[in-house]
Design a protein around this ligand. Structure first.
Ligand code: ATR
Length: 288
């Protein structure tokens, strides 16, 4: 049995075991490969990872809060992982650990069409924004970054050759061909089903504003792609409104599936069965 795992803290909500085990089922490999969830505290992470090969593990995904530590403990790293400064995929060779970052590749694959020449607005400047900004700049997009805490946007922009927008700037979002939300604003908080809700009660429909984000609904249009890394059953408000204005939308579940598919390819050398992985992710998300 070749074992794989997602390592996080906490990790119980992770959809990755369902996604990867569905892929192994689909390919008739469930008897040979198994993907598990492992909860390791930051203190236990490095020693825990180093012990894995002896237990039959051939690789692992690292998720929050371990992506930086995963890069640090590796003996070698891909260009993506090095440039982004974080790794989400580890592969164990005898005596060596290799680090990759498939978040960038997964994001580009989820979007479908190449972003070269597009004007992109990235909302947020945290961990997931780094992979997105690097992917977009590498792929030839012209990237602007907005973040609630502006110095972080400037730091990210400097690092990757993007432009930082001021927090006071009314982002002329209709000018952008691509808008990517990497902030956690749309995440469901416990007991709150509408963290990212347009203030429809107080504003006319054509001026709907998203709480806490510098975007208004009326500026979305049908030549735009809008990506929300946040995912939730039924979709986020941001994507619902963008779609209603004719924009093409990509949700966080698709990005998650695609980064998983890229990791799967690294570990197995096989073509990942995307449709089966997407089905499993959707089903599992509905059940949690
Ligand atoms: P991740 O790894 O998911 O990117 P992170 O590194 O904690 O998580 O980054 C979270 C991002 O969401 C940041 O850009 C954060 O903005 P700040 O840098 O100002 O903290 C953004 N964010 C979180 N809550 C937010 C809110 N209520 N309004 C706007 N942005 C928010």
């Amino acid at each position: 049995m070749r074992r794989l795992a997602v390592i996080g803290h906490p990790v119980s909500h992770s959809l990755s075991p369902a996604i990867h085990n569905a892929a192994f089922e689909e390919l008739g490999l469930a008897g040979e490969w198994r993907y598990e969830a492992l909860d390791l505290t930051p203190e236990a992470f490095a020693a825990g990872v180093r012990a894995l090969p002896a237990e039959g593990f051939v690789g692992a995904n690292a998720t929050i809060p371990h992506k930086l530590a995963a890069l640090e403990l590796a003996d070698e790293a891909s260009e993506a992982a090095t440039r982004i400064g974080a790794a989400n995929t580890l592969s164990f060779a005898p005596e060596r650990i290799r680090a990759d970052n498939t978040d960038a590749e997964g994001f580009l694959a989820a979007m479908g069409s190449p972003p070269a020449g597009r004007r992109a607005l990235v909302l947020g400047a945290g961990g997931s924004a780094r992979a997105v900004v690097w992917a977009l700049v590498e792929a030839g997009a012209e990237v602007s970054i907005w973040n609630r805490t502006q110095p972080k946007a400037e730091e990210l922009a400097d690092r990757f050759g993007a432009r930082a927008l001021g927090t006071g700037d009314a982002a002329p979002e209709s000018d952008f061909d691509l808008i990517v939300n990497t902030t956690s604003v749309g995440m469901p908080a416990p007991g709150d089903a509408s963290t990212l809700s347009p203030t429809e009660e107080t504003r006319p429909e054509n001026a709907t504003t998203f709480n806490q984000l510098p975007i208004t609904a009326d500026s979305f249009h049908d030549r735009q792609i809008v990506v929300d890394l946040v995912y939730r059953v039924g979709g986020t408000e941001l994507l619902r409104i963008a779609r209603s204005r004719g924009a093409a939308v990509v949700d966080g579940l698709e990005v998650l599936v695609r980064q998983g598919a890229a990791s799967f390819r690294i570990w197995t050398g096989l073509e990942p069965p995307i449709e089966a992985m997407r089905r499993a992710a959707t089903l599992q998300e509905r059940q949690t």
